[in-house]
Design a binder for this molecule. Structure first.
Ligand SMILES: [Zn+2]
Length: 307
């Protein structure tokens, strides 16, 4: 009897424990090396284009939900973490702001199972997209690209600089031409605007890219998109759980690890570099690690232009 019980317990442990480990805990980064991207290269590209660099970083939290942390940073535990849908606005003297990512509208938030949607914040995002001089998207998922697509009837879409895979994703939803036939975002980092550099980083999605920004006052930021969903992702080198990264939203996990290692290497090279992740809103306002990001968009430029 006891032996049968032991066998039963062992069988249950294997049946439940093995998939639990594989799908929720396993975080073995393997031996993939970091990418050959250096802070010197990014700084050189940031100063390659003449003109004023952005002067600040602002964020709007459009929507959020709380889910067990291990889903998005494998092995950090079941404690629920805030997964924020954020849009970034970088004001630039003399021209419209640069917007990074575009959030999502209320309908998309509901269909993604978000807990909360901030209509005022979404209104600010739409205004920022409309007045932007340039919009960049970290990757072609609905909570990053979706806002731009749902707002594309306006002039906002024309100011977005999408890479090939992002254009392909947009074309699936909208009647827009695909100008860049590339199906994977790879290659060397390149300057997109004064102080702003795109780093092609196919991994989480084929069109994933990170954005390096050197502000006019010299402060430096790296927008990782969902290569790093949370601060745990890059600081502790943790990819998404396989439940998310292999089943729900398949990604190239090996490449994600390579880029997470790259983020860490850049942070070692430049300790004052501020890493802004795809969804860690709480980290943006962590008093122990100040980021200098302003909470909420300053829409004074627009308001000033109104009669
Ligand atoms: Zn995301």
């Amino acid at each position: 009897m006891t032996r049968r019980l032991n066998v039963l317990i062992l069988a249950l442990l294997v049946l439940i424990g093995a998939p639990y480990y594989w799908y929720l805990l396993d975080n073995r980064p393997g031996d993939v090396p970091p990418k050959a991207v250096t802070i010197a290269q990014l700084r050189q590209l940031a100063s390659a284009r003449p003109g004023p660099a952005p002067k600040a970083v602002e964020v709007e939290l459009v929507s959020f939900r709380r889910v067990p942390g291990t889903l998005f940073a494998a092995g950090i535990g079941l404690k629920r973490r805030l997964i924020g849908v954020m849009v970034w606005r970088l004001p630039v003297d003399g021209t419209g702001p640069i917007v990074i990512d575009s959030g999502l509208d209320a309908q998309a938030a509901e269909s993604m199972g978000m807990e909360s949607f901030n209509h005022a914040a979404w209104g600010h995002v739409k205004t920022a997209l409309a007045e932007s001089s340039l919009t960049l998207i970290t990757h072609e998922h609905p909570d990053h690209l979706g806002g731009l697509l749902s707002w594309a009837g306006r002039s906002a879409f024309g100011k977005a600089q999408l890479n090939g895979p992002q254009q392909i994703a947009a074309a699936k939803q909208l009647d827009v031409p695909v100008r860049d036939a590339a199906t994977v975002a790879v290659g060397a980092p390149f300057a997109v605007a004064p102080g702003v550099v795109a780093i092609p980083a196919a991994s989480h999605t084929p069109g994933s890219q990170m954005i390096f920004v050197r502000l006019a006052d010299g402060r430096e930021y790296l927008f990782t998109g969902d290569i790093a969903t949370l601060t745990h992702s890059w600081r502790e080198l943790r990819a998404r759980s396989r439940l998310v990264g292999a089943v729900l939203a398949p990604e190239d996990r090996r490449e994600v690890y390579a880029w997470l290692k790259t983020i860490r290497a850049l942070k070692v090279e430049a300790p004052r570099l501020i890493i802004l992740t795809g969804h860690d809103y709480e980290a943006v306002f962590d008093r122990d690690h100040p980021t200098g990001v302003k909470n909420g968009f300053s829409l004074s430029q627009i308001n000033a232009a109104r009669p």
